[in-house]
Design a protein around this ligand. Structure first.
Ligand code: HEM
Length: 182
């Protein structure tokens, strides 16, 4: 386990000066702010997709929306991982860009929130991919209720709840890591 002191010494002054900050006004990164924006947008879009399927029974629009949401998620998460892991050498280095460093206690809180976030963030792509893959294979084209509906609804709701919790915990992490001051 990396201690807070070790973490702070990993961030060299020259490395800090090379880092570009995000567009939301905090000492984050462009990609982190991009993913945070995507996480904010995804929940209303998902609610709209559920409205199209449950209320309007517009299955084709629901199908298109879910495929687009899946593609956006895939691109955002891949770009984010490349940015955080490869470009910045881990989330600790990004958090260390703060003008007011986090206290040890705050740093530990941020790390624990991240662990909870990761439970949802890691499981979501698996549920999402399974839901999408099975729906594309088993639901007729044009889409309509069928023998797969019952399983699809279960997987669909699990994916929906999982991505919502990914979003909420991710936003809370961002707030604790960059927005709060000491
Ligand atoms: C990961 C992607 C998807 C998610 C999270 C998702 C989610 C959902 C959810 C939660 C429902 C149930 C709504 C209710 O309670 O009535 C539903 C229904 C439905 N979805 Fe999806 N969906 C996805 C992809 C797709 C795709 C790709 C298709 C078409 C190929 C599709 C076709 C349908 C249909 C036809 C229903 C209505 C089932 C019925 O009422 O019998 N979905 N979806």
């Amino acid at each position: 386990m990396v201690s807070h002191q070790q973490v702070r010494t990993q961030s060299l002054p020259e490395q800090d000066s090379q880092m570009e900050h995000g567009f939301l006004g905090y000492r984050s990164t462009f990609m982190l702010d991009f993913v945070v924006s995507a996480l904010v947008l995804i929940v209303p879009l998902l609610l709209f997709s559920l409205y199209t399927v449950k209320i309007q029974r517009n299955f084709s629009l629901h199908k298109k929306l879910q495929i687009v949401l899946g593609a956006v998620l895939l691109v955002a998460v891949s770009a984010f991982e490349i940015d955080v892991q490869i470009m910045h050498g881990g989330w600790q280095n990004i958090v260390n860009q703060r003008e007011t460093p986090l206290t040890l206690e705050q740093f530990q809180d941020v790390r624990n929130i991240l662990y909870v976030h990761l439970i949802f963030a890691v499981s979501t792509p698996f549920f999402w991919a399974t839901t999408l893959f099975l729906a594309l294979r088993r639901i007729p084209n044009p889409p309509a209720p069928c023998a797969h509906s019952s399983l699809h609804k279960k997987l669909g709701w699990i994916s929906t709840i999982d991505i919502t919790l990914t979003s909420l915990t991710g936003l809370y992490w961002y707030y604790m890591a960059f927005v709060t001051s000491v």
